[in-house]
Design a protein around this ligand. Structure first.
Ligand SMILES: NC(=O)C1=CN([C@@H]2O[C@H](COP(=O)(O)OP(=O)(O)OC[C@H]3O[C@@H](n4cnc5c(N)ncnc54)[C@H](O)[C@@H]3O)[C@@H](O)[C@H]2O)C=CC1
Ligand SMILES: CC(=O)C(=O)O
Ligand SMILES: [Mg+2]
Length: 601
């Protein structure tokens, strides 16, 4: 800590923690609690004797016990519930357990299992996590938000309105758990301080009939409120959050089709905000395309991309790829959009399709080009001969054998990305895609899949193809970390493009030039990816004059070190007792915000 103080880092994440809590209150505080790992001295100083068995354990021993308990749970949802309750008891142990078993637990704390937990929110509910704001109490928003700390206490807010959760649709108030889960990933993947974050749900009712009928449903039991009243809630939330926590970065998650982009377009020019489904998905998919083209020796200018499911994620991907094409080839965005075809319920989107959104319009093809032609996905693939096929439709098995074979018949290495979550909604599974294309397809998926074996090596030798998870979770933690640390005023296109290059270069397929390796980096290197992405984001923010943090190193390796030192690690910090009367607000534990020993700049 002395080191950190000397170096004047804006955020301290190491060294002793002051604490004024004692006895059972301390044991019940998830941030301070160490359970059986409290040292003898701490047990004495904090009035814990008699409240704990004699044995003193290390964090590693606790992790071993917790892992055994976790493993004894019968299914993934029970494992998810176990982890949630551990998070409520002891945050350091929770994050350390996750950290040490990340590959195994990633799909349990995130998609697909978190989707099941969200669907069962009102049935599994034990304790609330996060902030619940409701559309009929706009006058209370400012006050309810203000309970989470003082001006410099919050770095990162995830907010959802629960309308389009992970491909499982409208989950109403249960959406709070996607905000919680995305924040868990920011901590575990990018070291964002877990007590400087705020998960929020804007409860505007739900159009999910099952929830409305469920006597145990915990949210507002009415149809979704839309229009002016909805906008007023969102605006009051954003305005109050900016006033109360002027440095906080706002991450929008799983808003419905009609609001996601509209809200992003509204707030993006004014505040540091980010829509994960639009921008995060766009960034990670562009990174997968860049890695795949590197392996298959194609240039971005060769791209012919069909996107099936032109909603929030599909158009977000189209935008990101179009912008990269325009920049790389020095052509207009309209020209670049000619290499991208959107297919939705009416088939190929042409200028004559009714009620195109403004975002879709930029990609709609002239009606004259499709006159007298069939417009379904198979016909579009046959006509367009794409080398990239993206699925963001939530239509399981939409990429049929016929479609995939049609695609593979005119490209050597088709890149196929079934991205719809959860797993059961994927447009195709990797084993089928590889079998139908004799192992030629390059594949990444929205949720995790096991590697696939087949006779696709030289002389029919069996090889194992690893399938990367192409999920925005690869990029959003690093983008958030970079933006938070440099205190960027905005999140610009240049910062996002910079983030993409950081990810693409770290993909094993790119690095090894081997198509059987995953296209994107996996969870084993997730913190390294976040550092790289954060560095690129910070450099871009500095170049654009948007970074407001002081003393950002210009040297690349010093910058990496500056980033790493501010990343929170799951380790116990020594507790130092302070009298309640003398304690800082943080040390009293009456706020959640306890990690920042020095105030942030
Ligand atoms: N892998 C990743 O990182 C991400 C994956 N997703 C997944 O992508 C999927 C879509 O999410 P959003 O874009 O947020 O939803 P959305 O509702 O905005 O978009 C879905 C689109 O698919 C279209 N669609 C539905 N049925 C169709 C059909 N039969 N034929 C053609 N089009 C059809 C809808 O009209 C809509 O335009 C979800 O499963 C979600 O989990 C979303 C964000 C990130
Ligand atoms: C991954 C993600 O953000 C989604 O499926 O909505
Ligand atoms: Mg999402």
């Amino acid at each position: 800590m002395a080191d950190q103080a000397e170096k004047k880092l804006p955020l301290s994440t190491r060294g002793p923690l002051e604490c004024a809590l004692r006895g059972t209150v301390l044991l019940n505080h998830p941030y301070f609690n160490k359970g059986s790992a409290f040292t003898g001295e701490e047990r004495r100083d904090f009035g814990l004797s008699g409240l704990l068995p004699q044995g003193i354990q290390t964090l590693d021993q606790q992790v071993q016990r917790a892992y055994e308990q976790y493993s004894s749970r019968s299914d993934d949802l029970a494992k998810n519930t176990f982890l949630t309750s551990m998070k409520e008891q002891n945050e350091v142990l929770y994050f350390k357990l996750l950290h040490d078993h990340l590959e195994e637990m990633f799909s349990v704390v995130y998609t697909p299992t978190e989707g099941d937990a969200i669907q069962n929110y009102s049935r599994l509910f034990r304790r609330p996590q996060g902030l619940f704001l409701n559309v009929h109490d706009v006058d209370r928003v400012h006050e309810d938000l203000s309970k989470w700390g003082l001006a410099d206490d919050i770095d990162y807010i995830v907010v959802t309105d629960g309308e389009e959760i992970l491909g499982i649709g409208d989950q109403g108030a249960g959406g709070i758990l996607i905000s919680v889960a995305k924040l868990v990933l920011t901590t575990i993947c990018a070291g964002i301080h877990p007590n400087r974050v705020l998960p929020v749900v804007l409860d505007c009712g739900t159009d999910n009939e099952e929830l409305l009928k469920d006597p145990l449903y915990l949210g507002l039991r009415e149809k979704r409120v839309r229009g002016e009243k909805y906008d007023n809630l969102v605006d009051t939330f954003v305005t109050s959050a900016r006033k109360l926590y002027p440095q906080a970065y706002i991450h929008f998650e799983d808003f419905g089709l009609h609001n996601a982009r509209r809200l992003l377009d509204k707030y993006r020019p004014e505040i540091p905000c980010f829509n994960d489904d639009v921008q995060g998905t766009g960034c990670v998919t562009l990174a997968a395309i860049m890695a795949a083209f590197h392996v298959s020796k194609q240039k971005l200018s060769d791209l012919r991309m069909v996107v099936f499911g032109a909603g929030t994620a599909g158009v977000g991907i189209a935008d990101q790829v179009r912008d990269a094409l325009a920049t790389e080839q020095n052509i207009s965005k309209a020209e670049a959009a000619k290499q991208i075809w959107l297919v939705d319920k009416p088939g190929i989107l042409t200028t004559d399709v009714e009620s195109l959104s403004s975002a879709q319009k930029g990609f709609a093809k002239p009606e004259s080009e499709w006159k007298d032609k069939k417009r379904d996905l198979l016909s579009v693939v046959q006509e367009v001969k794409p080398n990239v096929l993206i699925g963001t439709s939530t239509v399981p098995k939409a990429f049929t054998e016929e479609i995939v074979r049609a695609m593979a018949s005119h490209v050597e290495r088709p890149l196929i990305l079934p991205l719809s979550n959860p797993t059961r909604l994927h447009e195709a599974v990797p084993s089928d895609l590889l079998n139908w294309t004799d192992g030629k397809a390059l594949v990444a998926t929205g949720s995790p899949f096991k590697p696939v074996k087949g006779p696709w090596g030289a002389d029919g030798k069996e090889i194992e193809v690893s399938v990367a998870e192409c999920n925005n979770s690869v990029v959003f933690p690093g983008i958030g970390l970079g933006s938070v640390l440099c205190r960027s005023k905005l999140v610009t296109d240049k910062m996002l493009v910079a983030a993409v290059s950081g990810v693409a270069e770290l993909g094993p397929a790119y690095r090894d030039n081997n198509a059987a390796s995953p296209l994107l980096p996996g969870v084993d290197v997730v913190r390294d990816v976040s550092v790289r992405v954060a560095r690129k984001v910070i450099q871009a923010a500095v170049e654009e004059g948007l970074a407001t943090a002081k003393d950002i190193p210009t040297d690349e390796s010093e910058l990496d070190e500056w980033i790493r030192e501010q990343m929170w690690e799951p380790e116990y910090r020594p507790l130092k007792f302070v009298q309640m009367e003398e304690a800082s607000r943080e040390a009293k534990g009456d706020m959640r915000i306890v990690g920042s020993v020095e105030p942030r700049e």
